[in-house]
Design a protein around this ligand. Sequence first.
Ligand code: PMP
Length: 414
Amino acid sequence: MATTQRVLDASEIRKQFPFFQPHPEMRSLIYLDNAATTHKPYSVIEAVSHFWAHYNANVHRGAYGVGAKASELYEGARARVAQFLNAREMAEIIFTRGTTESINLVAYAWGRSQLKPGDEIILTEMEHHANLIPWLRVAQETGAKVVVWSITDEGRLELETLKSLLSERTRMVAVTHVSNVLGTVNPVAEICRLAHEAGALCLVDGAQSVAHMPVDVQAIGCDFFAFSGHKAYGPTGIGVLYGRREVLENLPPFMTGGGMIRSVNWDRIDWAEIPMRFEAGTPPIAEAVGLHAALDFIDSLGREQIEAYEHELTQYALERLQEVPGLKLYGPQPDRAGIFAFTLEDIHPHDIATILDSRDIAIRSGMHCAHPLGDRLGQKSTARASLAVYNDTEHIDRLVEGLHYVRQVFGYAG
Ligand code: PMP
């Protein structure tokens, strides 16, 4: 893998992460559960702790110096996210607790105010529950209908199928950028274009894409884009909803309370402008500061470089996983992201994960919050390994060795 080493050097990158440094009480781990959450570089941890130590104050209200500084840092993080996603302006960036809250915000604020009986929301069969349950619920409440866009046997979405589902009844197409099970990278720009041609809006769930490839919301042309800080080397408790101004401006709030109104009396409430209208209560301030540092970390490596590096590592993993007898890999090949859901013989995925843990390899097992996809695959539970920029070929080699060992433990030959 000489070329991979030339693009980025994972062993150098790991030096930026305290989690990967030797620790007397902790075993060093081959961490392959990055689709669940990523580790945090020193720069993120230090930015958060520096905030708590020196600038802690509530935002948007303090007349004193530290209060103004906290507001400046919080709004600075918003400007950084806007630049990172190439939003037209920072008012289009709303801070939430994560992807889940971002999508709930859209389902409640937009869905409840706009949907009526007979309207349709198109969802794909590969959606995470975060982009599924809020829509099922708002459909139940409003009388709208959820229309399912099926995947191919290979685990892809076909645009021809979407065309056959779109109609004047379609109001929203909500789709994941990258599947957290199949690793499929969806053609979101084309999907948004088709949605718009039909007069619908388009929401993209970017939880699994934003840390792994360049993302430009204007190039995608989406109306909404959601992601979580903790899957992008940032803190938990912070997420982003990008919304196009023309859409956001016409929406009522999701949650209400302090900081989101212009004026209120017993008879009348005037909502604040965007984005404040959607940020009721004290926001996650230190977490926003940490997210800012996480985006700086990503850009310090370069998003094209990260994409190229992870692509090569993915190709290597695809080749090596094929060597394991009885391993069934889900999702398309070879063109996919570094998320590998698989089964091994008839060994329960929890057993696979537990035995790998005994060899200091961390993967996930279960249904990955995508029950309808599990039904479609006929496989409720799978094991899943997922890559980040600090992984390298040695980690894949250790995984493959570990899987051979799992087979041996269960008495499979070879
Ligand atoms: N969407 C996708 C595709 C995901 O993989 C996840 C997390 N597994 C989410 C949404 C939800 O993210 P969070 O739990 O950070 O809100």
